[in-house]
Ligand binder design. Sequence first.
Ligand code: ZN
Length: 148
Amino acid sequence: MTNDQLPTVEARSAGDRVMTMLRERALGAMARAYAPYSGFRVGAALLAADGSVTEGCNVENASFPAGMCAERSAVAAAVARGNRDFDSILIATEAEEPTPPCGICRQVLEEFSPRLVVVSVTTGGREARWSLEELLPRAFTPKSLDRR
Ligand code: ZN
């Protein structure tokens, strides 16, 4: 990487402000999670290419498989708002270590934004960052359905 490719100080601080905002939104969503069975609350803040942010939280159910992850609930709400192009998702949990999205959520995120940046934070202040490609290599994509 050359110096020309390094973000400017202004761009870096703007990026920091966005990450701080996403963290607050994800933590707020986490606090509203419905997780009476696992006690594992998850919040997500999904940043669309147009700059809008959609929150999601996990919503469990007495019929366990009917439960929904925070990441997928954020994607569904964002798509309902008209967004299909996402830059990043920030996931917040109370776990000891930053939690990556589950396999099903990775697949759902891949559908819309294979170049997504995935950031995971804990209430204890830990943070991890991955590319979706790193989390879901050789993904099954819409192109996989091509019969030719
Ligand atoms: Zn999931």
